[in-house]
Ligand binder design. Structure first.
Ligand code: SF4
Ligand code: SF4
Length: 65
């Protein structure tokens, strides 16, 4: 149960990392990735994934694994 970032859609703005309650979104060399081992899909925290709701690139940028 985790989300992933579609790199072709990502603008590397960092907005998703700022809202992640589990600190699962990390940036390295300008590439943002979601740690599937710690992402909870925001279960128990929000009704839908906060990263996806925040992403300015739309729902196709952050998708369910
Ligand atoms: S779904 Fe929630 S826990 Fe998972 S990466 Fe997005 S904001 Fe973080
Ligand atoms: S909010 Fe969207 S565009 Fe910005 S870094 Fe995260 S996945 Fe990429």
């Amino acid at each position: 149960m985790a989300m992933k970032i579609v790199q072709a859609e990502c603008a590397s703005c960092g907005d998703c990392a700022a809202v992640c309650p589990t600190k699962s979104i990390v940036e390295k060399g300008g590439i943002f990735k979601i740690n599937a081992d710690t992402c909870t899909e925001c279960d128990g925290v929000a009704d839908s994934p906060k990263c996806q709701d925040t992403c300015p690139s739309g729902d196709s940028c952050i998708v369910y694994l």
